[in-house]
Ligand binder design. Structure first.
Ligand code: NAD
Length: 492
């Protein structure tokens, strides 16, 4: 493989963005970021300690309680968010390239989710907050009640490595629009791109302390979750970490939203148009090399058309170009880290030792010896109770399970601890809608799967608690307050 040449980014990030300034770390930890396609060093980042997190939280608290942010109007905040939008949009190309180098995401997808979407979300919440009523008056038995919606307070945002920019801004944009302040703790696997948000915030003139960014590992992440001056944790990551974070937030009665793992089903109906299904398969089942929480990695196929569906899925996987994520012709880049590669290969080995039939892929691709590449892999004849059909693999590995009749398809789709994404493939959209309504999942597509940033997104069951995106996401960053007043308020 020849890697695209001429890549330039400012890669070493040895300071944190706290209180509107780039500050020296209080500890000595560093993290060397490696390029997913080569395994070679990409840059160095400082790793935060509990003390760095504490400094960031205190800055966020001051900005809210003493600084101007807590007293801004919605229009003033919208104006700041629009400047932030422009500063981020100007960096979109460089940011998407950087993320692809960090985590192996194909560049076209990265341009959409790490380039365009974050700026779009800031713009969307700037517009929304100006039209969202934050105070109303209603009659009460003693006079009137003024019902206000106030910012939740200081938000600790914790993000994973798979879609780092958009997942961060899915929290930051509604939080800032609502009047909260934020401490962002990105994941060490994508150590470098989070600070682009600091560059853009500084250029946009966000008041000091409104957005603070400290790269840190799990321990300092836990210090953010339990910090007494934090009012809410907005977490995206694994269900295992979500359980710990949710438990701590329960202990301290802290608000939290949890966007967690998934093992979603693509339900192929017996009237499917196979060409359309195959055309949508990459986005539905293999997005971001399978490193996507909503990936529909369990394909449920009707027994009446089972053989042709297995052939179609195997043919699609075999035909995916694996290689440099910066090459627009590449459909499947590398895994984000060596640990992720080992995890995926471990599950492929598990599949090989089960009764399932390997029909495509099955290990590392020939000729790609550097970096963390895996061949798109398909197992057919998989019992839905098998570990490869129940556990989140987070790589380009799908299973195919046969079923008889729509009721069994729905039962199998729901036979998972998760409920995050999904899809139904059919020539009859009404039939697809009827089935989509019956499956317990947070989002589901009919004949395609593409996230709609204007609609609420999140999981049922062990896939999480709460919703991000859409106007509904503002609710997670606003608290109701009722002020009992006299009837005179009704005449205001
Ligand atoms: P992870 O849970 O290991 O880490 C996520 C983030 O949480 C990282 O920043 C990590 O440092 C931090 N963290 C981990 N344990 C913590 C703790 N106890 N306290 C505080 N912080 C902690 O997940 P990952 O491997 O980075 O990401 C992959 C996972 O994220 C997958 O399970 C995927 O499904 C999930 N995910 C979910 C969504 C969604 O919207 N539902 C979106 C993307 C990814």
């Amino acid at each position: 493989m020849t890697l695209t040449t001429g890549r330039t980014t400012d890669l070493d990030r040895t300071r944190f963005f706290i209180d509107g300034r780039w500050v020296e770390p209080l500890g000595t930890g560093t993290h060397v970021a490696l390029e997913a396609a080569t395994g070679e060093p990409l840059g160095t980042a400082a790793l935060g300690t509990d003390a760095d997190i504490d400094a960031a939280v205190r800055a966020a608290r001051r900005a809210l309680d003493e600084g101007p942010w807590g007293r801004t109007t919605a229009s003033e905040r919208a104006a700041v968010l629009r400047r932030f939008t422009a500063a981020l949009a100007a960096r979109a190309d460089a940011t998407s390239t950087l993320v692809s180098r960090e985590n192996g995401m194909p560049i076209g997808l990265s341009a959409a989710f790490n380039g365009a979407a974050p700026a779009g979300l800031l713009q969307m919440y700037a517009d929304l907050i100006e039209t969202t009523p934050l105070e109303s008056v209603r009659p009460s038995p003693a006079g009137s009640t003024v019902v206000r919606r106030e910012p939740v307070g200081v938000v600790g945002a914790i993000t994973p490595w798979n879609y780092p920019q958009v997942l961060a801004v899915m929290k930051i944009a509604p939080a800032l629009a609502a009047g909260c302040t934020v401490v962002l703790k990105p994941s060490p696997e994508t150590a470098l791109d989070g600070y682009v948000l600091g560059d853009a915030a500084a250029e946009a003139g966000l008041p000091p302390g409104v957005l603070n960014i400290v790269l840190a590992g799990r321990d300092a992440g836990a210090a953010l979750v339990s910090h007494p001056l934090v009012d809410k944790i907005a977490f995206t990551g694994s269900t295992a970490a979500g359980r710990l974070i949710g438990a701590e937030c329960g202990r301290s009665i802290r608000r939290c939203s949890l966007e967690l793992g998934g093992k979603s089903a693509a339900v192929v109906l017996d009237d499917v148009d196979l060409d359309s299904f195959v055309a949508g398969l990459g986005a539905a089942s293999f997005p971001n090399n399978g490193q996507t929480c909503t990936a529909q990695t369990r394909i449920l196929a009707p027994r009446s058309r089972y053989a042709e569906i297995v052939d179609a899925v195997a043919g699609f996987a075999d035909g995916m170009t694996v290689g440099d994520p910066l090459d627009p012709a590449v459909a499947c880049g590398p895994m984000a880290s060596e640990a992720q590669l080992e995890r995926v290969l471990g599950y492929i080995e598990l599949g090989r030792r089960s009764d399932a039939r390997l029909v495509a892929g099955g290990g590392r691709p020939a000729g790609l010896d550097r970096g963390w590449f895996v061949r798109p892999t398909v197992f057919a004849d998989v019992d839905n109770a098998e570990r490869i059909a129940q556990e989140e693999i987070f790589g380009p590995v799908v299973t195919i399970t046969p079923y008889d009749g729509d009721d069994e398809a729905i039962r199998l789709a729901d036979a998972s601890e998760y409920g995050l994404g999904g899809s139904v493939w059919t020539s009859d959209e009404e039939r697809g809608l009827a089935i989509a309504r019956r499956i317990r999942t947070g989002t589901i597509g009919i004949n395609y799967y593409q996230q709609d940033l204007g609609a609420p997104f999140g999981g049922m069951k062990a896939s999480g608690i709460g919703r991000e995106l859409g106007p509904e996401a503002l609710d997670g960053y606003l608290e109701f307050k009722s002020i009992y007043a006299s009837a005179a308020q009704l005449d205001r």
